[in-house]
Design a protein around this ligand. Structure first.
Ligand code: ARG
Length: 458
């Protein structure tokens, strides 16, 4: 394609380091789509003849069919997907193929193709996140009043409901989706027509090609357009953040599936056995989701470092933009699907969760709060009184709410029978009705709102 200036061909190793077809073949659909729009615009503005444009479009149709049927045949000598398409076009329609590259360069071409690809990846991420949200909301609704220990420092702190806990992840994913949505709005400008770096003297219509490719407008600076990979970084940032949330949920499943917690049994379909220990049932899928987050974060680091030292405009380093994004997309897609499957099929042992919530006097704060609220005791003093009540319960081998009123009154006379309205885990969660709190009534409302947003009621 650039042989005119050179007497000798490239060394084998040069060919190898230069070639990107091994991975950028994944851009073939976008490459053909953008070429179709480009050549139609060239014809509409009399830059190429309608006859040549028709021949080119027919050739592109054929290439599309071939790739669809047989995949992209790889030839390192042809470097990248752009040259593969153009080379095949020349084989199919002859010299007219050479007119396709009028008023464009591979620099604006790859920037356009990659943007189109990343835009689809953003849409796919959004769909995957929404599917996981639906699974979470469904399971949360089943367990809206099931009490479990809430933790700080991984120590039982106060009782919460399983529905509330699951809905926490709904909120995280809601932010993830908004990050992808923001990025999509920001990236939806078309670089095509920026040419190599300076624009072109041909009377092209960038507005028309941008709109035909479903962009909002053409990019406004040709130097920026061919050297900008913010859209890919935005994608990776959003993907990294989402994968980090998936990893936290995965970590909870790993913990909860352990014998010590026993809060969940992962379904057979998302567990594996051990080749040597017949009793084992391992949460491999959850562990891999947790592991994949590391690789997605690695992809973000990789492209960030690639870009940080590049002067304007295009440099070949930027060819390394694609593999991290492809990898992150593949891993995120798989992680989302696996997580959705796990959430849908996991069995929660609500009995074990309740027993854990009942152990360890997790409602001690409720007793202290009651003293403040109902008996006008300063919180610090209430804290102290509660400590004594806990000691009494421990000595008697009872839970706090199993103590009799007389026993509680032996600790502090101001305690009255209405304290039992907050002392059990059920009473405790029911009382936490502040906006966003764990009370089943609040969680139910939030679930209803989420179902509406997710279109689950239609
Ligand atoms: N394969 C190249 C890439 O992915 C296409 C752009 C090549 N441009 C150039 N001037 N060598 O970045």
């Amino acid at each position: 394609m650039w042989g005119g200036r050179f007497a000798e061909g490239p060394a084998a190793v040069m060919r190898e380091i230069n070639a990107s077809i091994g991975f950028d073949k994944r851009l073939w659909r976008q490459d053909i789509a953008a070429s179709r729009i480009h050549v139609a615009m060239l014809a509409a503005n009399s830059i190429v003849s309608q006859a040549d444009a028709d021949a080119i479009e027919e050739g592109l149709d054929r290439i599309e069919d071939e790739y669809q049927l047989h995949g992209v045949p790889e030839d390192e000598g042809l470097e990248d997907i752009h040259m593969h398409v153009e080379h095949r076009l020349a084989e199919l329609i002859g010299p007219a193929a050479g007119r396709l590259h009028t008023a464009r360069s591979r620099n604006d071409q790859v920037a356009t193709d990659f943007r189109l690809w990343v835009r689809d990846a953003m849409d796919a991420a959004d769909a995957g996140l929404a599917a996981l949200q639906r699974a979470l909301v469904t399971r949360a609704a089943e367990h809206v009043s099931a009490v479990m220990p809430g933790f700080t420092h991984l120590q039982s702190a106060q009782p919460v409901t399983l529905g509330h806990h699951l809905m926490a992840y709904y909120e995280m994913l809601r932010r993830d989706r908004s990050r992808f949505a923001d990025a999509r709005v920001r990236m939806n400008e078309c670089p095509l027509g920026s040419a190599a770096l300076a624009g072109t003297g041909f009377p092209i219509d960038r507005e028309a090609t941008a709109l035909a490719l479903d962009f909002d407008r053409p990019t406004a600076n040709s130097l920026d357009a061919v050297s900008d990979r913010d859209f890919a970084l935005d994608y990776l940032q959003a993907a990294a953040q989402a994968s980090l949330h998936l990893s936290r949920l995965a970590e909870e499943f790993v913990l909860w599936a352990s014998q010590m917690f026993g809060f969940v049994a992962l379904s057979d379909s998302f567990s594996t056995g051990s080749s040597i220990m017949p009793q084992k049932r391992n949460p491999d899928a959850a562990e891999l989701v947790r592991g994949h987050a590391g690789r997605i974060l690695g992809a973000l680091t990789s492209l960030s470092v690639t870009m940080k030292g590049l002067p304007l405009a295009y440099s070949k380093d930027m060819q390394d933009d694609k593999e991290p994004v492809f990898e992150a997309h593949d891993l995120l897609t798989l992680s989302l699907a696996a997580m959705t499957g796990m959430v849908e099929s996991v069995t929660f042992d609500t009995g074990r969760m309740r027993a854990a919530a009942e152990a360890g006097h997790a409602t001690a704060t409720d007793l202290a709060d009651w003293l403040v609220r109902e008996a006008n005791v300063p919180f610090r003093e209430a804290h102290h009184i509660t400590g004594r009540a806990v000691r009494l319960a421990d000595g008697a081998g009872k839970k706090l709410w199993e103590l009799g009123l007389d026993e509680l009154r032996s600790v502090d006379e101001r305690i009255e029978a209405s304290v039992f309205n907050v002392l059990s885990p059920d009473a405790s969660v029911k009382s936490r009705t502040s906006f966003g709190g764990t009370a089943p009534a609040c969680v139910k409302k939030r679930i209803e709102a989420a179902r509406k947003v997710l279109g689950m009621d239609e």
